[in-house]
Design a binder for this molecule. Structure first.
Ligand code: SF4
Ligand code: FES
Length: 313
């Protein structure tokens, strides 16, 4: 056996599968009872609240893997060699595009940066009902009280549970519809609105518009400009998941990025646009949005800062 084979072990992917009903059969019912009725200036609520109808089931795939493989590697292996019907989304494969956000073991994160060794978990035998249907409390590390886990998934590294990104309607299997988030970001005009200084060439011809800035001014928003609109912060936010009562942290990060940019001349309009009941006022400071941002943005802290800016006006 080669050294490479020696490093192989197994992992079981437990995947939430979903196949939607054909479009003509689907209604627009469902949604959170806490969702604000009436129109949001940011829109997108109706489609986000829609609970698509279709066939749902859980499917397990057990694979030979290396511990340092990513969960995306595993899904690509399944897609190419086991089950071509499995649907998931990805593009860059290394944490830059934000297209592959899902829930791994219930936590929103990116498939391409999550490794098997970090996310595989041993099944908790105490979560299994006994022969009489009771679940027992106990210490999963205490082998003297350990009941039979009753699953082959206890071999190898364990199980990784995969589901689509929470807070968004599922389209198919692990693909969530993130259009509501993108619509909200778009409505906040996520582009520079600035008065440039006209630069000319040595012979007096118009060359370029220059938007000058000092390094310390750049530092105020540079981290925010790293946002890749993956939706992980939105999927982690319990207020956003409640329906269209909140425009969501990703949209507020987009607004904050330009509010903090010294070149931007639309600060007042930007703060007005988020000074609404479903804007900054809806943020409950839970700070779950900060926990898994793949770009290292402290989203909760930025929410706090933009709320303060709106209040200070
Ligand atoms: S702030 Fe972070 S978690 Fe939220 S959308 Fe941007 S990159 Fe993703
Ligand atoms: S595939 Fe692009 S961020 Fe994961």
């Amino acid at each position: 056996m080669s050294g490479m084979d020696d490093a192989l072990t197994t992992v079981t992917l437990r995947v939430n599968r979903f196949t939607p009903r054909p479009e003509r059969d689907r209604g627009a019912r469902g949604g959170s009872p806490f969702a604000k009725k009436g129109g949001s200036p940011f829109g997108g609520g109706a489609s986000r609240n829609r609970r698509p109808r279709g066939k749902q089931w859980t499917q397990e795939y057990t694979l030979r893997v290396r511990p340092e493989d990513t969960v995306l590697d595993c899904l690509l292996t399944v897609k190419r060699t086991v089950d071509p019907t499995l649907a998931f989304r990805y593009s860059c494969g290394h944490g830059m595009c934000g297209s592959d956000a899902v829930a791994i073991n219930g936590t929103p994160t990116l498939l391409c940066t999550a490794t098997v060794k970090d996310w595989a978990q041993r099944p908790n035998p105490f979560a299994q009902p006994d022969d009489e249907g009771f679940r027992h409390t106990g210490d999963a590390d205490d082998e003297t009280t350990l009941p039979d886990a009753g699953t082959d998934a206890s071999d190898g590294l364990g199980v990784i549970e995969l589901a689509p990104l929470p807070g968004f309607p599922v389209q198919r299997d692990l693909i969530a519809d993130i259009d509501p988030m993108l619509d909200q970001i778009r409505k906040l005009k996520p582009y520079l609105q600035a008065d440039g200084v006209l630069a000319t060439t040595h012979d007096g011809k118009v060359d370029v518009f220059e938007y000058l800035q000092r390094p310390e001014q750049l530092a105020k928003y540079e981290m925010l400009s790293n946002c890749i609109a993956c939706g992980v912060c939105e999927g982690s936010c319990p207020v956003f998941a409640g329906g269209d009562a909140f425009i969501g942290p990703a949209a507020l990060i987009a607004a904050s990025r330009f509010v903090n940019d010294s070149r931007d001349t639309a600060t007042a309009a930007r703060l007005d646009a988020i000074d609404t009941a479903d804007g900054v006022a809806a943020c409950q400071s839970v700070r779950a949005c900060s926990r898994q941002c793949p770009r290292g943005i402290d989203v909760g802290e930025e929410m706090w800062q933009i709320v303060a800016k709106v209040k200070e006006r």
